[in-house]
Design a protein around this ligand. Structure first.
Ligand SMILES: [Zn+2]
Ligand SMILES: [Zn+2]
Length: 392
């Protein structure tokens, strides 16, 4: 046991030794913000860094030009994945600090590759995952089979405070197209079938449904078309609704109830209805108590402390999808002053300040030590998988 702690300290020291290099890379990525699936500079920089540190790099990976996988370790044993994100937001750049996530992940791979001779059996995969901000890069990587041989995954996300676990809402989206029959709205209204009526009725039914849903769910929508002229009964009308919930089963249950609102409205108005479910569904975040406990223990040893919980500030991310196929955690790391909102210009500025450096280095150390724990004691990976299988 004492031996494990000694090597873990060594792993943390290897991260510390690379702190300047990691921070510099983080700033370079920050200064060249790239949108989803265009992250050529960032993925190239991180992949070369991993290669120089002795990891085996595959790039492009699994059909995505700006994805990469950097691998170290071998032998019978678990495979632990550490995920890096590096896409930016349109107009406001790295306003949720993906530059920090990017280099924290690469730092983990570098530190573990540096102690190769002492690495227990098993593998570490640093996975560069493009297009979190809307493109669903991780969903494509899951479909391509990238996570099939991964036993546990982790990443961190920058925030205004450190939180071990923050729920993510799943989102399912639907477009409703109602078809009716055009007719003169004054001379022959009884000849028409009003598609806009069905749209408005859907909107109102959803508004009523909203009273009966749990407070952590969200439904929001707009009417995207509602007719051509006021003197024509609208022959077509359409609406889009987003349905969000913290659990995948409640998300689909709620989605079905929203679709039922549209179906009922179409029936009432005598309209036809086409429902189109959008692909790239971001799934809710499942948690892993086993992985979180390990992370928590290591986090304290590098001086990270948890901030006050804020359960109502929930976003969505495609790491949620990863958490549905393999035990996964995404702790939030404080890299900006408390109270600062993400996706703001202030947060983009904060992502290259000293606090961001501190958070990134501490997060990389914590992830590297947690990865080491998992490789050193595969029973923990087994426990995480067991918990995963039983937690629906
Ligand atoms: Zn974001
Ligand atoms: Zn983000």
């Amino acid at each position: 046991m004492a031996d494990v702690e000694r090597v873990k300290q060594q792993v943390a020291d290897e991260v510390e030794r690379r702190a300047d290099m990691l921070v510099e890379a983080s700033h370079e990525i920050h200064s060249r913000p790239e949108l989803c699936y265009e992250e050529r500079f960032a993925s190239g920089l991180l992949a070369s860094m991993c290669e120089a540190e002795g990891l085996e790099v595959e790039r492009p990976a699994y059909g995505l030009d700006t994805a990469f996988v950097a691998r170290a370790g071998d032998g019978e044993g678990p495979t632990v994945a550490v995920l890096s994100e590096y896409d930016a937001l349109p107009g406001i750049g790295h306003a949720c600090g993906h530059n920090v996530i990017a280099t924290a992940g690469a730092g983990v791979g570098a530190a573990l590759a540096a102690i190769k001779s002492q690495l227990p059996k098993g593998r570490i995969h640093v996975i560069g995952t493009p297009a979190e901000e809307g493109g669903g890069g991780k969903i494509r990587l899951i479909k391509a089979g990238l996570f099939k041989d991964v036993d546990a995954a982790m990443m961190i996300h920058g925030f205004d405070r450190t939180l071990l676990h923050q729920d993510l809402l799943g989102i399912a989206r639907a477009t409703f197209e109602f078809s009716g029959k055009a007719s003169h709205a004054s001379a022959d209204p009884w000849e028409g079938i009003n598609a806009l009526d069905a749209c408005v009725q859907t909107y109102n039914s959803v508004a009523m449904l909203r009273q009966q849903i749990r407070p952590d769910c969200r439904i929001h929508g707009i009417i995207t078309s509602g007719g051509m002229a006021a003197n024509i009964i609208p022959e077509s009308a359409s609406a889009i609704f987003y349905v969000r919930a913290p659990r995948i089963d409640t998300m689909w249950e709620l989605y079905r109830r929203v679709v039922a609102c549209a179906e009922g409205a179409a029936k009432a108005a005598g309209c036809g209805l086409t429902v189109t479910q959008h692909d790239s569904i971001y799934e809710p975040m499942k948690s892993s108590r086993v992985l979180l406990e390990l992370f928590a223990a290591n986090m304290t040893s590098v001086g990270l402390t948890e901030g006050a919980a804020i359960p109502d500030r929930k976003g969505s991310s495609d790491v949620g999808n990863v958490s549905q196929v393999v035990p996964t955690i995404q702790p939030m790391i404080g890299i900006a002053p408390e109270g600062m909102a993400i996706h703001t210009r202030d947060f983009a500025e904060a992502a290259i300040k000293p606090m961001a450096r501190q958070g990134m280095v501490a997060a990389a150390k914590t992830m590297a030590m947690t990865t080491y724990d998992l490789l050193a004691d595969p029973g923990r990976v087994e426990a995480a998988r067991e918990e995963f299988a039983h937690d629906r």
